[in-house]
Design a protein around this ligand. Structure first.
Ligand SMILES: [Zn+2]
Ligand SMILES: [Zn+2]
Length: 267
């Protein structure tokens, strides 16, 4: 088994277990490398609007980094990378860059979980979908994802078709939209992630779809692999399926990062 680059910690307020438990699961499952990528502070909302069940406080970021450094030492030579998952918000790039520049992250996962302040992947706000025309919602989501890539703030775009999470689907053909998006991602030099968390939600399929992945392959976009574990037992979740899908799309390796430098791992 290769690597798991999308692992949360209880610091984000909605994951459980100690960092050590995640590492031990990874070793027991035969993973060759892991990376913690917990939710960065919600810099895009004023402090009083930040939801502590979604992400750590800004002042906790140092503790998160110190926690990862500690497990790195404890489990050496098993490779544990320092990553982070940060939201993209148009117009607030400088604010995010200031947070990310404080630490020497091996990689930054870029996510779109919010569209104009609406947390569309949160079941608490699912009613909001009724206000949208699905084709338009998908257009808005993928154009935001493209902007995230073009911002240059991220090494990897996490769960690149998260908008399908609750199973709301547009009736248009998505291929042209995927093409337009992937072209911009490829040009930006950003990688994408294959993420098995989609199998645990109503969508019932890996992020991204096989079609999206095939288009990424055709444009030479590297892929990282992640479980989005929020519990220790979810480390490496259904990676057999992810590897099969990567191979079906024509990939033979996944990307890893050491202080932002890429290295490829055969699958
Ligand atoms: Zn989470
Ligand atoms: Zn996420």
């Amino acid at each position: 088994m290769p690597v798991d680059y999308h692992i949360h910690t209880r610091m984000c307020g909605h994951a459980v277990g100690e960092m050590e438990e995640y590492v031990e699961q990874a070793i027991a499952k035969g993973l060759r490398e892991i990376g913690f990528a917990d939710h960065a502070p919600m810099y895009f909302f004023p402090v009083e609007k930040r939801d502590l069940s979604i992400a750590m406080r800004e002042e906790e970021l140092a503790d998160y980094v110190a926690g990862v450094r500690e497990v790195q030492k404890k489990y050496r030579p098993f490779p544990i990378k320092l990553g982070i998952e940060a939201d993209y918000t148009a117009g607030m790039e400088d604010k995010l860059a200031a947070i990310l520049n404080k630490y020497d992250f091996d990689y930054v996962l870029g996510s779109v979980h919010f569209l104009n302040g609406w947390g569309f992947d949160n079941s608490r706000y699912i009613d909001e979908y009724a206000k949208w025309e699905m084709n338009e919602l998908y257009e808005v989501y993928f154009s935001t994802l493209s902007q995230a890539a073009e911002s240059g703030l991220f090494d990897i775009l996490a769960h690149p078709d998260l908008i399908k999470k609750f199973g709301f689907k547009p009736d248009m053909d998505l291929v042209p939209l995927y093409e337009k998006t992937v072209k911009k991602i490829a040009k930006s030099g950003t990688c994408i992630e294959i993420n098995t968390a989609g199998l645990r939600v109503p969508a019932g399929e890996i992020y991204p779809s096989l079609k999206f992945l095939e288009i990424c392959r055709s444009y030479g976009v590297p892929v990282s692999l992640g479980s989005d574990a929020h519990k220790p037992e979810q480390v490496g979740y259904n990676f057999g399926d992810a590897v099969d899908m990567l191979k079906a799309a024509g990939y033979s390796e996944v990307v890893t990062f050491t202080t932002k430098n890429k290295k490829f791992f055969g699958i």
